[in-house]
Design a protein around this ligand. Sequence first.
Ligand SMILES: [Zn+2]
Length: 99
Amino acid sequence: MREHDVSRLTAGELERTRRELAASLALAWPDSPIRAPIEAHITAIDAELAGRAVLRVCGCGLATDDDARMDGHLFESAGHQERDLSRYQELAVIVVDRP
Ligand SMILES: [Zn+2]
C-alpha cells in the first residue's frame, strides 16, 4: 500500500482531497478492492486534520482540547462524528457534509 504523505498539504488541500476521495468511495461498489486504499487515504487525512486541530469538536456540539475525553465521547456515542475544525479555521464557514 502506498504511503499517504498528507503532512505537506494545506488544510484546504486536505479538505478538497478528502472530498474527492469520499466521492470516489461513494461511487465504488461495496466489495470493490478500490475501497481499502481510498479509506486508508481518508483515514490518513483525518488523522492529519485531527493532529493539527487544538480544539476538537463533535457534531453534537461537544468541544474539548482533551483527546482522551473526545475519544471516549466518540466511542460511547454511536453515530457521533468529530468535526473537522481546520476547515472552519481556514474558511470560517460551517459546512455540514453527510455521506
Ligand atoms: Zn457527540
